[in-house]
Design a protein around this ligand. Sequence first.
Ligand code: ZN
Length: 157
Amino acid sequence: MLRQRAQRIETIDGIVQAVADRMLELMHQADGAGLAAPQVGLSWRMFVTRGDENQPDRIFINPRLTALQGELVLREEGCLSVPGIQVDIRRPASATISARDRDDQSFILHGDDLPARIWQHECDHLDGVLIIDRMAPIDRIAYRKMLKELEASAAEG
Ligand code: ZN
């Protein structure tokens, strides 16, 4: 599931809304900054992000990164689906994203730094891309044993 390209959500109905609400709960329970539908076993183009003092929790349905700008910034990322691994990943500093919300209203957001990074990380999940695919070769060597174990447990599950 984590390796598949997720499907567009055609209709935002009660089921989609219930899943979105549950994903928000799970994200908070796991203390994550974001959570994408493929991480909970659904091949849907949807993710949620945690709010802070400046903005609310958000639900992004059929999100699209419409612009990636700014210099490439190296910053450490982790992922609830790849436990125990923290790697430096280079990503554009700014992003513009369009999506639909839980009430089927479209919205566009521009973000710098952390929000831009989280949106890119979560959109990666919708395309089947994980941080281990974006890690530098030196990190890949350092984490070689752990990655092998992850692959083995994924094959079993
Ligand atoms: Zn992740």
